[in-house]
Write a protein that binds this ligand. Structure first.
Ligand code: SAM
Ligand code: DTB
Ligand code: SF4
Length: 322
C-alpha cells in the first residue's frame, strides 16, 4: 500500500482502479481494521441512522432493469398503483418518524420524473414531509436541471439515483438508458445543492472488478455523494435475475469497507437484502463502516426485517439510532 489509508484526511478525486483494488483485496482483517479506523475519524461511533422507504408509485415502469420487480416487462406479483395521495404518504411519514426514522425516502417507478401536475404534487409533498423535521429523500428516475432546482426549493434533502454497477456491466443489466444518463441526473442534483445519494447493487452476477469500478466511480464523483446505499439483490420471481447465484457475504463486507475508506464522509447504507442476513453478518457490515439501515417491514415491494428483530439487533450490539 503506497499511502497510509487511515491518516488520509484529504479526499482525492482521482482514485485509480489499481488503488481501489489494492484496498478491496487487503487481507480481510486488515481491511476491516482500516475501515473501522477511517470510520472513527470521520463518523460518530456506534450510531446508525434509521430511514424508511415509501413506494409512492408502484409498478408499470417502462425501463427494463433486470433486477427490478417494478418493470412492466416482467411478470411479477407486486401491487401496482399510480401516485398515492399526499395525505396517504404523509401518514406513512408520520408513522416512520414515530418508529424512529430520521429520513423518509420516497420512491416512484418512473423512468423520469413527470413534467405535469404530478410533479407539483411531489413538490407539495416534499414541503409537507420537510415540515415533520425529518430528512426528505426522493428517487423518481431521471430529472431535468429545472426539476432539480424546484425540488431543492421545496426543501428536498437528498435525491437517490444509483449507478448500480460498473459502466461496463451496466449494459448487461439495463438497455433502456445509459450510464451517462445516470451521471447527468446526478450532476443536475449536485448543481441544485441537493445531497446526492448514489450507490449500487451487488449480486447481479457482476465480477469483483465491476464492484471495484463502481466504488472508484463513486469516490471520484465531485463532490463525493453524501450517501452511498449498498443493496444486495432481492431476487424476485418473474425478473430475469430471479435465479442469480448468491454472493459470498464477505464480498458484501469488502464492498462496504472499501466504500467507507474511499468515501469517509458519506453515510454508507446497508440497504436492500438485510432480510436474508444474519445478525453476525450485519454486525460485520457495521464494523466495516455501514452506518444506516432501512427500517419497517417493507422496502419498496419486498420484505425487510421486522421492527422487533431490528430492536433485538440494536440491543445486542448496543447501537444507537441516529
Ligand atoms: N425508478 C427510479 C430509479 O430507478 O432510479 C427509482 C426507484 S428504483 C426501484 C431505486 C433503486 O432500487 C434502484 O436504483 C436499485 O438500485 C434498487 N433496487 C431495485 N430493485 C432491487 C432489487 N430487486 N434488489 C435490490 N435493489 C433493488
Ligand atoms: C436504494 O438504493 N435502495 C432502496 C432505495 N434506494 C430506493 C430501494 C431498494 C429496493 C429493493 C427492492 C424492492 O423492495 O422492490
Ligand atoms: Fe423502473 Fe427504477 Fe425499477 Fe428500473 S429500477 S425498472 S427505473 S423502478
Amino acid at each position: 500500500m503506497k499511502a497510509n489509508i487511515i491518516s488520509k484526511s484529504e479526499v482525492s478525486q482521482n482514485y485509480t482502479k489499481d488503488y481501489v483494488k489494492e484496498i478491496y483485496d487487503l487481507p480481510f482483517l486488515e481491511l476491516l481494521f482500516n475501515a473501522q479506523s477511517v470510520h472513527r475519524l470521520h463518523q460518530p461511533i456506534n450510531k446508525v441512522q434509521l430511514c424508511t422507504l415509501s413506494n409512492i408509485k408502484s409498478g408499470n415502469c417502462p425501463e427494463d432493469c433486470k433486477y427490478c420487480p417494478q418493470s412492466s416487462r416482467y411478470k411479477t406479483e407486486i401491487e401496482k398503483y399510480t401516485l398515492l395521495s399526499n395525505d396517504e404518504i404523509l401518514k406513512q411519514a408520520i408513522n416512520a418518524k414515530e418508529n424512529g426514522a430520521t429520513r423518509f425516502c420516497m420512491g416512484a417507478a418512473w423512468r423520469s420524473a413527470p413534467d405535469n401536475s404530478e410533479f407539483d404534487e411531489i413538490l407539495n409533498l416534499v414541503r409537507k414531509v420537510a415540515k415533520l423535521n425529518v430528512e426528505v429523500c426522493c428517487t423518481l428516475g431521471m430529472l431535468s436541471q429545472e426539476q432539480a432546482y424546484k425540488l431543492k426549493e421545496a426543501g428536498l434533502t437528498a435525491y437517490n439515483h444509483n449507478l448500480d454497477t460498473s459502466e461496463n456491466f451496466y449494459k448487461e443489466i439495463i438497455s433502456t438508458r445509459t450510464y451517462k444518463d445516470r451521471l447527468e441526473t446526478i450532476q443536475y442534483v449536485s448543481n441544485a445543492g441537493i445531497q446526492v445519494c448514489c450507490g449500487g447493487i451487488i449480486g447481479l452476477g457482476e465480477s469483483q472488478d465491476d464492484r471495484i469500478e463502481l466504488i472508484k466511480t463513486l469516490a471520484n464523483l465531485n463532490p463525493q455523494p453524501e450517501s452511498v446505499p449498498i443493496n444486495v439483490l432481492m431476487k424476485v420471481k418473474g425478473t430475469p435475475l430471479e435465479a442469480e447465484v448468491d454472493i459470498d457475504p464477505f464480498e458484501l463486507v469488502r464492498t462496504i469497507a472499501t466504500s467507507r475508506i474511499l468515501l469517509p464522509k458519506a453515510k454508507v447504507r446497508l440497504s436492500a437484502g438485510r432480510l436474508n442476513m444474519s445478525h453476525e453478518l450485519q454486525a460485520l457490515c457495521f464494523m466495516a463502516g455501514a452506518n444506516s439501515i432501512f427500517i419497517g417491514e417493507k422496502l419498496l415491494t419486498t420484505k425487510n426485517p421486522d421492527l422487533s428483530d431490528d430492536e433485538v439487533l440494536f440491543k445486542k450490539l448496543k447501537l444507537e439510532a441516529l
